[in-house]
Write a protein that binds this ligand. Structure first.
Ligand code: NAD
Length: 497
């Protein structure tokens, strides 16, 4: 019998009102059924939002340090069950155990950060322009937050949203991606066991078009935190715009690593391999383009191809495996269609380029690590997010062209430059249009205590991660206290002749 995962509403596990369910299977071995989940709709979202709304006044009234203490206790539970949760995540998402342990660890680090930040939900004190008057800004929670997550960081991303939002005093309804719901279930179970009261956090499983849309459109949802594709992000922004809901968008990327002629090539190689094929290329910060200066292009391309072709691809539960499957058959088909587009556009397929099907690979959605050479910046494989193990290598003549090419996509999440020239490294930091720039390090590897997000089509200016997440999930309130005993008028011309 498959484990049944029900929605978590008002502290109780409840089936979808429709009674419908869907299966969650292992993308490395489709015979492995992780569980059967509620296939919810707007009625279930309405129940969850009502529970979150009812729980809000009492939760808000608890001092932030006490709320944060519950976050700390939940984090201890994550620490105790890290290996178990990582295994479930590898089974539902496919990435290798080292990476899923890293994903749970990121949730742990985010929880520990919240446990500190609870004592630091600071405001500002400013001098008043009038005598005997005090002015300060405090921060308040906002109400019910809707949270919509992608599948590639199944526990880290829910933790980036829930830990700061709850610590700030909000309540929440979270919708995990349909492909990776079990990791959210595990995370929220830790929150509940640690003492988060009934209704403060609610989970509704199901599709974006039903559960996601219902969250966006619900009048009692004060804000929406969305991580996913730019296409769906636009839709989220449109719907939230109509009702003036705050929305925080963390969207897609087409990240690039520049390698200049003077770079340490071995270091650049390691960075490119990790950036391009880690998480099977399914990271928003994945290195999708390698921009190599003409003097090192041929050599670097050869080095990358030699190593990419040898990567061990398979079931991530095997510790010797370096790259897992694509998350789904549909994702693998998308990857393959881009490979076909690349070939038609005239790029040179240097290695890979097809699904892996024989033997143990036949049970899942595996794809060869793929490298294209002779890619030009106008090609679709150089401009559009592929979200798979495909690296496009582009030759440029100098630093200026490298910067132009890197900036030449609609996205702006992560960027990297390998060089020993400190002046060019600093210039790159200034010129690269991205929310994150790495020097002599790959495009992946964000740390949870720093702002995370991007420019252009990658987002709308918010940064989840670090202290900036606490700005997203709170409202400033400006307070004036007049202790003069008289009517003092501000904002009129008080200047005496
Ligand atoms: P997606 O946009 O297809 O789905 C994301 C979530 O939105 C899912 O839960 C989905 O069910 C839901 N959704 C779909 N349609 C919806 C609608 N109409 N209304 C409301 N919700 C809806 O993305 P994905 O395939 O799950 O994840 C991959 C994408 O996420 C990539 O583009 C990747 O770059 C991006 N991503 C970005 C970041 C970041 O922080 N910038 C992090 C991880 C992933």
């Amino acid at each position: 019998m498959a484990t049944e995962y029900r929605n978590f509403i008002n502290g109780k596990l409840v089936p979808a009102r429709s009674g419908k369910t869907y299966e969650n299977r292992n993308p490395a071995d489709t015979a492995d059924l992780i569980g059967v989940f509620s296939a919810s709709d707007a009625a279930d979202v309405a129940d969850a939002v009502a529970a979150a709304k009812a729980a809000y006044p009492a939760w808000k009234a608890i001092p932030a340090p006490a709320r944060g203490e519950i976050m700390r206790k939940a984090t201890e539970k994550l620490i105790a069950r890290k290996d178990e949760f990582a295994k479930v995540m590898t089974r539902e998402m496919g990435k290798v155990l080292k990476e899923t342990r890293g994903d749970v660890q990121e949730a742990i680090d985010t929880g520990l950060y919240a446990a500190g930040e609870r004592r630091r939900i600071w405001g500002t004190v400013a001098p008043s322009e009038l005598p005997n008057k005090m002015a300060y800004v405090t921060r308040q929670p906002m109400g019910v937050w809707g949270m919509i997550c992608p599948w590639n960081f199944p526990m880290a991303i829910p933790s980036w949203k829930l830990f700061p939002a709850l610590t700030c005093g909000n309540t929440a309804v979270i919708k995990p991606a349909t492909l990776t719901p079990a990791s959210t279930a595990n995370f929220v179970q830790c929150l509940a066991e640690a003492g988060v009261p009934a209704g403060v956090v609610n989970v509704v499983y199901g599709a974006g078009g039903t559960v996601g849309e219902a969250l966006l459109n619900h009048p009692d949802v004060a804000g929406v935190s969305f991580t996913g594709s730019s296409e769906v992000g636009r839709r989220v922004a449109e719907v939230c715009g109509r009702s003036l809901k705050r929305c925080s968008l963390e969207l897609g990327g087409k990240n690039a690593q520049i390698v200049l002629d003077d770079a340490d090539l071995e270091l650049a190689l390691e960075g490119a391999l990790w950036g391009a094929f880690g998480t099977t290329g399914q990271r928003c910060t994945a290195t999708s383009r390698l921009i190599a200066q003409a003097g090192v292009y041929d050599q670097l391309l050869k080095m990358v191809v030699d190593r990419a072709a040898k990567l061990r691809v398979g079931n991530g539960l095997d510790e010797s495996i370096e790259m897992g499957p694509c998350v789904s058959d549909a994702q693998r088909q998308t990857v393959h269609s881009y490979v076909e587009i690349g070939k038609q556009e005239g790029a040179r397929l240097a290695c890979g380029g097809g699904p892996l099907k024989g033997g143990a690979h036949g049970k899942g959605f595996f794809y060869q690590p793929t490298v294209f050479g002779n890619v030009t910046p106008q090609m679709r494989i150089a401009r559009e997010e592929i979200f798979g193990p495909v690296l496009s290598v582009i030759k440029v003549k100098d630093f200026d062209e490298a910067v132009r090419v890197l900036n030449g996509t609609p996205y702006g999440l992560s960027s990297s430059i390998y060089t020993r020239n400190v002046n060019l490294a600093m210039k790159a930091v200034e010129l690269l249009e991205a929310g994150i720039t790495y020097v002599n390090a790959p495009t992946i590897g964000a740390e949870c205590h720093l702002p995370f997000g991007g420019v252009k089509d990658t987002g709308n200016g918010h940064r989840e991660g670090g202290w900036t997440a606490y700005d997203i999930f709170s409202e400033p309130k400006t307070v004036y206290i007049d202790y003069s005993g008289a009517l003092q008028k501000a904002q009129i011309d008080n200047v005496q002749d």
